[in-house]
Write a protein that binds this ligand. Structure first.
Ligand SMILES: [Zn+2]
Length: 83
């Protein structure tokens, strides 16, 4: 089965790959994501929210697959800090 969030995984691999910046070395106060990368993340989020919103209305059976997958993955995450 193709994972529904493969595009997002690839985006994060691109953003998180590479070596630590030799100038700031991971110190806080320095931007680590370019405006274009941030825009790509936000556009991806909007695209997926829209995709699933449309799918929920037009093809509820298909919609359930990625929701089920997300629920299974989310069980492994930490509890939310905000209840
Ligand atoms: Zn840097």
């Amino acid at each position: 089965m193709t994972r529904p969030l493969d595009d997002l995984d690839r985006l994060f691999e691109i953003l998180h790959g590479g070596t630590l910046c030799p100038t700031c070395r991971g110190k806080g106060g320095y931007s680590k994501i370019t405006d274009d990368e941030m825009k790509a993340i936000m556009k991806n989020a909007v695209d997926y929210v829209n995709k699933f919103s449309v799918m929920k209305k037009t093809d509820p059976a298909r919609y359930e697959k990625p929701i089920q997958y997300g629920s299974e993955v989310a069980r492994q995450w930490d509890e939310p800090a905000v209840p």
